[in-house]
Design a binder for this molecule. Sequence first.
Ligand code: FES
Ligand SMILES: [Fe+2]
Length: 399
Amino acid sequence: MSETANRDDLMNLARRALSHCVNQSTDLTDSIMTMPIEAYTDEERYRAERNRIFSSLPIAAALSIEIPEPGNYKTMTILEKPLLIVRGDDGKARVFLNVCRHRGAMICENEEGSVSRFSCPYHSWVYDLQGNLVSRYAAKTFGDLDHSPLGLTQLGCEEAAGIIWVTLGSNEDFDISRWLGGMESKLASLDLGNWHLFQKRELVGPGWKVTMDGYLEIYHHNTVHGRTVGQHTIGNLLVLDTHGPHQRLTLGRKSLKTLQHEPEKNWEPLEHIRLVHSCFPNLSISGILGDHCLVSMIFPGKTADTTRTLQIILAAEEPVTKEALDATTNFSEMVLQAVQDEDYRLGMLIQSGIKSGANHEFLYGKNEPAVQNYHKWIDHFMRQETDLDWATSNPDKTV
Ligand code: FES
Ligand SMILES: [Fe+2]
């Protein structure tokens, strides 16, 4: 997105948010939506959703800046699959199963690092950065083998807007632009490739849907986050843009009202609104405070009641002064508190009562349009064969 288009876009969002602020309103759907509680609890349904949604569709697995240079890698486990994410000599990011083709040893046990080759710790078979088997210890005694079919097992992987996407159930290439549709340019405007990676950590959270619901509404911000991120934002004010299953949420900052009396030419929209970019099914990016950004990737656990979240803290520039370091550390601590001690603590309590029989269904209010949209798209993908093509027929359809 060009700078002018980006400013026009942000100005437009600020106008929409200001109108809600003045009228004490928010974006609404036409009606309240209900969801049977089994959508949150039924393990069979959960396994089917993991397969259809998290194994078949592209999911966010890493940021490009986690592996900026050739030879940089990181390992992780998603849906019980051990992954090795590597940048090749050609600059391309690839995702492999972190499993040796000889007899299955884990190729790399480190969480991250930089190498020119991967050597299996069991019998020293060696793979290059493109996953090719390039040599075998004592190959003569082992016996002749054609190396070409014995490269590391590769999964579908694409890089776009500073994010590395993977399809866990397929080694086919996929068209990430088609999948992201109009969301791609919005993600690109965040310029994620040029931020400084300050900190990474993993959080254990409640079930997939309980967790994601919390990332998709502002209705709870004043009550749950009054002492953290809610201090800065107006509760229950949401401006929503959907690109099929992907969504951009715009929140109003407490200062938004002051724009009423400012000529538009003086507006600095990002001083008064906050954006959350949410890519189906597992990514949320929130620029909560000026020069800092929180990236969250949510991965389903073995059962319906648990997830793991990779939380990455970014700073616009590497903090070198004490002041900058303090500001970034404060941001990091605040979002940790907001997510772990507020959102996820509450989510864990929801999990503890979810099978009590108190609710036969959950309700999504008219003022929770992003939650409604998310669940409609879950249903859509469970009904359809894998559908990366939703964008080609109608880029902004919202079902
Ligand atoms: S299992 Fe890797 S070299 Fe034998
Ligand atoms: Fe929250």
